[in-house]
Design a binder for this molecule. Structure first.
Ligand code: GLC
Length: 824
């Protein structure tokens, strides 16, 4: 605990990283002396012996890869990339003395030969989308000093783009920053930053992908380089937006929209689609550092049930282990974890355990014999620790360049980290999770995987730590930022192997691009403050624009003391966030929904119950994310890209395409301004309609979060449940919000929610169209598509408007066939 306080103090006094490299001083690549056509594109040869490769992966996706003063290496590997081979698409090349032009049906890339500048155009509109401000450049003479630069590990490389006068920048993963990143700059260096506030940078994750938006047209850039990287969106100059890294290749992917969803779809194709989690991962979750012993966990669940608060998951933080030894249980606190999981399971509650990367450094005590137990996780590991023993024997732990074991200090004291770049080590780590699954644990929460090290949180102490890295033996200068990605991968693949019939559920704090393939993320050690709550909205929307749809944060904030009002307002945001977990620091006041009195608890209950009623809607939106890469939790601009009023909205969000939420993130506020985009909108609570395209002042007493449904939408609701799967989803109630013409539609997605069968097409989609004809509404339910058969249920339809028609509730048994109904 003292240690945590110390870390907090250190964090507060550390200055925010200064990034002020003058990249104009770098040596520029070029000019182009010749080029050759290669598979999928062009290879440019430069006078300075540099090479640039342009590859056409899709009509709207071009990869740019440069090496400086040397030929491009044949080795080409990234942990982020999910799709390596792309089908050939037509492209052409044309040349003039000054330019080489590579064209696809959607992009025209003009390469200027003498000063090697690359421009991207839309060949159909002739619009210039993005252009180099200076040639790609490198720090040939080590002129840059203002970095954590390790000249032995690499050489600074950078690309600089012209900054548009009205260009907006989105994405870049998890940043403690606003939605539009214009005029800001950032560093990517995964860092343990408890209690971070807006402006603190870097924090836990590295997602070097951003979207530029200008004149309504969007492009994306994914700078796939895991070294410490820098992004400057017009902060240090009026004319440029640049990115660079302290080593590695200048390797980026250029995506063209013009729509944001199209870019997100391609990005998901390139770096991987989020798999569907088990449906209970959308259930309400409760955590605290730490619930123990087992009887306390049972008490928490009992309180939830007695108070009629829905709950699906309880998290066990680090104190369930024997002295923080991962893959063990402290049996003096949890005498029979399997029995506990079963007991909670009967109440519909699952257990998730935290697993840190730090394996206790524990050479065997003199004379201690090796364990032969098939359940070492329950035996005392005081004299020999099976995980340490095995890892040493197999040589899976990271070492320093000088060959010594790397011994960071984390919760267990001296520790070691696994080299997750080794496929065998990943497999071993994954298989170790048997210790949890055998004891009924349902999911794994990976933490501290920046990786945090109490000796030195900056990562400097790790610079000479070597990873195998596919036989290249590179250092943490390159590998730190992918450590969490690979740990999440090892965990996910382990769970998948050990329980092939269940969808894995893995949570991570740190990440690199591609992490969506393996894990849900949460925003780490936030504060129980209004500022932190307000910040969570642009953080979630930005993560969604960075290919991470399954996001969440600690409801109520992690550090410091909340109060009833803050916790209520926090639930009014988080009850619609994909990962909804109330979690609290070890030394803070309790934060479960009932801790501040009945008045607040009643409001929280209302929102948690509504979350469960909205699960059919949320799950449909989550499946859309899985399939299309478009997130559940969206900034308005994602749905209204042609409306510039949405470009800067940080305090509203949308769930899918249909629900707009304008929460209150300040104390003592009972009304607020809400911007509603074009169209008709309905107040979710009253059914009152509002004209869009303008601001409205709406009431927002503590009991009510302003929520609006898009005219034209149908919102499916299930019954109230205490936990997911408690009973059949019946009645399935469709709330219909007609647009100006009286029409509305939706497509509901359903599957078994637990197994990977959905990947083989075992799901069901039901499309519903409503049209007005005179004084009546006609409801057309299409023939359901897909072989999945839900349990028998009743469908209910109701028009939500002030029209007297809305009192009619049409109800009938779903017969899994096309039906036509009328409301008159
Ligand atoms: C880290 C995590 C936090 C957890 C704590 C103890 O600070 O971010 O969620 O409770 O470690 O494991």
């Amino acid at each position: 605990m003292k240690r945590l306080k110390l870390i907090f103090v250190v964090v507060l006094v550390l200055p925010v990283t200064v990034v002020a490299q003058d990249i104009t001083r770098l040596r520029k690549i070029g000019p182009v002396t010749s080029y050759t056509r290669i598979d999928k594109g062009l290879l440019l040869n430069c006078r300075d012996n540099s090479q640039v490769q342009l590859s056409v992966l899709a009509p709207d996706l071009i990869r740019v890869r440069a090496s400086f003063a040397k030929a491009l290496p044949s080795k080409d590997h990234s942990w982020a990339i999910a799709k390596e081979s792309w089908q050939d698409v037509p492209w052409t090349v044309a040349e003039t003395p000054n330019e080489i032009t590579l064209s696809t049906s959607e992009l025209q890339v003009v390469i200027h030969r003498s000063t090697l500048l690359i421009d991207f155009h839309d060949p159909r509109t002739r619009q210039l989308l993005n252009s180099d401000e200076q040639p790609m450049a490198y720090d040939a003479d080590a002129t840059l000093t203002n970095m954590m630069f390790d000249p032995k590990a690499g050489m600074f490389v950078a690309a600089s783009k012209k900054l548009g006068f009205d260009e907006h920048f989105y994405g870049l993963g998890e940043k403690a920053a606003r939605l539009d990143k214009r005029r800001d700059r950032f560093v990517n260096w995964n860092s343990d930053t408890p209690g971070y506030v807006e402006g603190r940078d870097p924090i836990y994750q590295t997602i070097p992908f951003y979207i530029g938006l200008q004149r309504g047209v969007a492009y994306g850039i994914f700078f796939d380089n895991s070294y410490r990287s820098y992004f400057d969106f017009g902060r240090s100059s009026q004319q440029r937006a640049w990115f660079g890294a302290e080593g590695g290749e200048l390797n980026y992917y250029f995506f063209y929209g013009p729509s944001l969803p199209k870019i997100l779809g391609r990005y998901a194709e390139l770096t991987g689609h989020m798999p569907l989690p088990p449906i209970w991962a959308l259930g309400n979750q409760q955590s605290r550092w730490s619930y123990y012993p087992d009887t306390l966990v049972e008490e928490v669940v009992r309180q939830y049930r007695e108070r009629d608060l829905p709950l699906d998951v309880v998290h066990l933080d680090i104190d369930y282990m024997q002295a923080y030894r991962v893959f063990t249980f402290d049996t003096s606190r949890f005498s029979n974890p399997k029995a506990l999981s079963e007991k909670l399971g009967q109440q519909g509650v699952k257990l998730v355990t935290i697993v840190d990367p730090g394996v206790k450094h524990q050479p065997p005590a003199m004379g201690a014999s090796q364990s032969t137990s098939s359940k070492p996780e329950l035996d005392s590991q005081e004299r020999r620790y099976y995980v340490f023993d095995e890892g040493v024997a197999k040589n899976y732990f990271q070492k320093r360049k000088n060959g010594e074991l790397f011994v960071p200090r984390v919760w267990p004291g001296d520790s070691v980290f696994v080299d997750y770049t080794l496929p065998d080590a990943r497999r071993w780590w994954g298989d170790l999770h048997r210790a949890y699954l055998d004891n009924g644990i349902a999911g794994i929460w990976t933490d501290m995987n920046e990786p945090a090290d109490f000796i030195d949180q900056t990562g400097k102490n790790q610079m000479d730590v070597v990873s195998n890295d596919e036989g290249q033996y590179t250092t943490h200068a390159k590998n730190r930022n992918v450590f969490a990605l690979l740990m999440a991968r090892a965990t996910y693949e382990g769970l998948e192997r050990l329980q092939p019939n269940k969808r894995p559920y893995v949570i991570t704090r740190a990440a690199y691009a591609g992490v969506q393939r393996y894990a849900t993320m949460w925003t780490g050690d936030t504060n129980s403050t209004w500022e932190s709550l307000a910040l969570s909205i642009p953080m979630f929307t930005s993560l969604g624009l960075s290919g991470e749809p399954f996001v969440g944060g600690d409801v109520g904030g992690f550090m410091g003391r909340a109060n009833g009002e803050l916790v209520v307002r926090s639930y009014q945001v988080f009850f619609l966030v994909p990962f909804c977990r109330n979690h609290k620091n070890i030394d803070s006041y309790d934060q479960e929904p009932w801790r501040f009195g009945q008045y607040y608890e009643d409001i929280i209950r209302k929102y948690l119950k509504l979350r469960y009623r909205l699960l059919p809607f949320l799950y449909t939106a989550l499946e859309e994310s899985h399939r299309t890469g478009v997130p559940v939790f969206r900034p308005l601009l994602l749905n209204y890209q042609d409306d510039t009023n949405t470009y800067n909205i940080d305090d509203e969000f949308m769930i899918g395409s249909d629900l707009l939420v304008a929460p209150v993130t300040r104390p003592d506020v009972t009304s607020r301004l809400v911007y509603l985009p074009r169209g008709t909108w309905y107040d979710y609570w009253t059914g009152r309609s509002f004209a869009g395209g303008t601001m409205h002042r709406v009431d927002a007493p503590l009991e009510t979060v302003p929520m609006f449904v898009r005219g034209g939408a149908i919102i499916p609701h299930g019954p109230e449940m205490r936990f997911t799967g408690e009973k059949p989803v019946s009645p399935l109630y469709f709330a219909i919000y007609p647009d100006e013409k009286g029409s509305a539609s939706t497509t509901l997605y359903e599957d078994d929610g637990l197994t990977p069968d959905y990947r083989r097409g075992v799901f069901r989609r039901t499309t519903i169209n409503v049209t007005r004809s005179g004084r009546k509404y006609v409801i057309d339910i299409g023939q359901p598509v897909g072989p999945y058969r839900p349990a028998s249920r009743t469908f209910q339809f109701q028009i939500k408007s002030h029209d007297p028609l809305d009192r009619t509730l049409v109800s009938f048994i779903d017969r899994s066939v096309a039906e036509r109904m009328e409301i008159r």
